[in-house]
Design a protein around this ligand. Structure first.
Ligand code: CMC
Length: 443
């Protein structure tokens, strides 16, 4: 007889507990609280730093099978979407759950495009940043500032408000991103051109100079659009988790999106492709690759753009990005860093260390090479990630808001500090109260 339960025997008390197994492999952590050593005992809890084996939600947005290297949005394989869809259509799919028919797509496109403009005060706000401000720092702060322009966004339980803020954010992100870029270049900001596609308009706001209308190169426009599709969502990654966690306090979605964008800023998340490019530049030439690989294996360095918490196989997005690189080079000329990257990948994929650790290229390994070839400075790389990820963040957030099982996110801790002690007068305190090494532990 088999049953979908787990039997736990507590050897402290000899008691047995029957815990239901849901969804094939899930047990509810709160069930552990029933396992007590005595009537006043708190009960067991699980300890899982960095959530490596804890599901924080049930989601229908993205599916990843890390061992097989599979990524699907709402059930659709990423390869099909990258080949056949557009970013705006994919954003609709992610946010609403289904691909649109033509009528619904036209309405959606119109509804997003009418939100590409930003209030003039947002422009003034951005002008206040220093000339050398990092565009991602500008983006994070400006997204947060949007909440002051749309106070009704606080009505998070109102469906129409959620839809409106979603369209606004997807519409405005390229404008904020482009303004941040123009600011760092000391160039006048370019207003949106809604005659252009989502990616084409973004390129125009970035690169338009004195021409009356900017005509994006179709190959670059498509390449950017596909990169946007590939970055649209990735289930419970660090920034999606930030979006959900901050959003669970019921704050407005602009504030939550600013938190998500801040999470994306870090070098282990959206900042990884910048680090990958810096690494490739530092290596400098193909013949230096073996020596660099040695430093990685000795634990002195990480191979940036390699490895993933979930993928223990080739990241399916990285395969597509690698193909796009060659299409982009046909227009921009070859970025010589690709040769170093290819050699790194060739050696790593047959090296025992990388095989044993299941380390494969992730999406960030080749994306920076493309962005650099297209003329983007490295500081823009996380910004380019944040634009398309906005649809994913909003879908994750809306799912969290509607989920009756969700509450304010509030993990437990295992307290390992001092037991109770009492305050004494400053001249009565024992010297030294803290050793030097302990001081460095606390700060
Ligand atoms: N180079 C060399 N060794 C690595 C690397 C790497 N890039 N990544 C992981 N390892 C080793 C690590 O040293 C550890 O070895 P050991 O078990 O012998 O101590 C083992 O693999 C497991 O590493 P981990 O840090 O515990 O794994 P994680 O799941 O916590 O980290 C990661 C995932 C993506 C942060 C990590 O692989 C990494 O730092 N990669 C480089 C940064 C990067 O490319 N980030 C982009 C991620 S994809 C885009 C996104 O989702 O934002």
């Amino acid at each position: 007889m088999t049953s979908n339960t787990l039997t736990i025997t507590d050897n402290r008390t000899g008691k047995r507990y029957e815990v239901p197994i849901e969804e094939g492999n899930v047990i509810r952590a709160t069930k552990l609280r029933d396992i007590k050593n005595g009537p006043d005992d708190f009960g067991l809890m699980s300890y899982d730093p960095a959530f490596t084996n804890t599901a924080s939600c049930k989601s229908k947005v993205s599916f990843i099978d890390g061992d097989q290297g599979i990524l699907r949005y709402r059930g659709y394989p990423i390869q099909e979407l990258a080949e056949k869809s557009t970013y705006l259509e994919t954003a609709y799919l992610i946010v609403k759950g289904e691909l649109p028919d033509l009528k619904h797509f036209r309405v959606w496109e119109h509804n997003v495009k009418i939100h590409t403009m930003v209030h003039e005060n947002i422009k003034k706000f951005m002008e206040g940043f220093r000339y050398d401000a990092h565009p991602m720092g500008m983006l994070v702060s400006t997204i947060a500032a949007l909440s002051t322009f749309y106070p009704e966004a606080a009505q998070i339980h109102d469906l129409e408000s959620r839809r409106l803020q979603t369209r606004r954010l997807i519409g405005k992100l390229p404008t904020l991103a482009a303004f941040a870029y123009r600011h760092t270049r000391g160039l006048p900001y370019v207003y949106p051109d809604n005659e252009l596609s989502y990616a084409g308009n973004f390129l125009a706001m970035l690169f338009k100079m004195t021409e009356l209308t900017y005509k994006p190169d179709p190959a670059l426009e498509r390449a950017l659009d596909v990169l946007f599709i590939l970055h649209a969502d990735h289930e419970q990654n660090c920034s999606a988790n930030a979006m959900r966690s901050v959003g669970s306090s019921q704050v407005d979605p602009y504030s939550a999106t600013a938190a998500a964008a801040a999470a994306l800023y870090g070098p282990l998340h959206g900042g990884a492709n910048e680090q990958a490019i810096r690494m490739l530049m530092e290596i400098g030439s193909v013949d230096k690759v073996p020596a660099f690989i040695r430093t990685v294996k000795e634990g002195q360095r990480r191979l940036m753009g390699f490895g993933h918490r979930i993928y223990k196989n080739y990241d399916p997005r990285a395969k597509i990005v690698k193909q796009i690189a060659y299409q982009v080079f046909e227009v921009t000329g070859r970025n010589p860093l690709i040769d170093i990257a290819l050699e790194l990948e060739r050696i790593a994929l047959q090296d025992e260390y990388f095989i044993a650790h299941k380390l494969y290229p992730n999406v960030d390994f080749y994306s920076g090479i493309i962005y650099q070839a297209m003329g983007f400075p490295m500081t823009m790389f996380p910004v380019l990630f944040a634009i398309p990820r906005t649809s994913g963040w909003m879908a994750q957030w809306a799912e969290m808001v509607r989920d009756s099982e969700q509450k304010i996110a509030r993990p437990r801790q295992v307290y390992i500090g001092e037991p109770e002690r009492h305050w004494t007068l400053i001249d009565k305190r024992r010297e030294p109260t803290m050793r030097e090494d302990q001081v460095s532990e606390v700060i």
